[in-house]
Design a protein. Structure first.
Length: 196
């Protein structure tokens, strides 16, 4: 069993970029982000949004979970709440529930959304499937033009190739369990026009 510690998302991004022989500019071009944005994330001076993590993962052809931990290839993972990999942006906290499992096909996260926060107005698309489970509060998830209101105990499962985005439309904090299917050998790409 492997007990995970909190990762440094910026350091992992730099490691993955350098392992692929990419310059900051090359990664910025591939991801559609600015060189400055990538540099700030790598130096730990900026936390990437969920959309930015998707873009970087697609550009590097890795899973989002790869930013939260080493490639350990464990058979069992145990992650205490205070040892979760985290990235926080204005209005959202994304916590990894574990990465590094041998042949890992699931990327589980807890997403905490402040009032009005969300993934952005531009739809996200990526390979695989996506599961959303309401833990508290209310989150509106739009999938292929249909809006689903997710509250505590509600579940939504869909093909992630369908355009989707989410937001917390209320005045209260909301939490969801988000599970992405990791597609072997590929990151989870987004439409190229998403904002960082």
């Amino acid at each position: 069993m492997l007990e995970q510690g909190p990762p440094d998302v910026g350091r992992r991004l730099r490691e993955l970029r350098e392992r692929r022989g990419l310059s900051l500019r090359a990664l910025a071009d591939r991801s559609g982000l600015s060189v400055n944005a990538v540099s700030l994330i790598e130096r730990g001076q900026s936390s990437p949004t969920v959309a930015t993590l998707h873009r970087l993962a697609a550009a590097l052809q890795v899973r989002i979970a790869d930013f939260f931990g080493q490639e350990t290839q464990a058979q069992v993972l145990f992650v205490r709440p205070d040892r979760r990999g985290r990235t926080q942006t204005e209005g959202a906290l994304v916590e990894s529930l574990g990465t590094g499992l041998s042949n890992q096909r699931l990327e589980p996260f807890i997403v905490t959304l402040e009032p009005g926060a969300g993934s952005g107005s531009e739809p996200i698309t990526h390979d695989g499937q996506e599961l959303v489970y309401g833990l508290s509060g209310q989150v509106q998830y739009a999938v292929n033009g249909q809006v689903y209101t997710i509250t505590e105990g509600d579940a939504l499962l869909f093909q992630a190739s369908l355009p989707h985005y989410w937001c917390n439309p209320t005045w209260e904090t909301a939490r969801i369990l988000l599970v992405l299917e990791a597609v072997e050998g590929r990151g989870t790409p987004l439409l190229p026009h998403l904002e960082a």
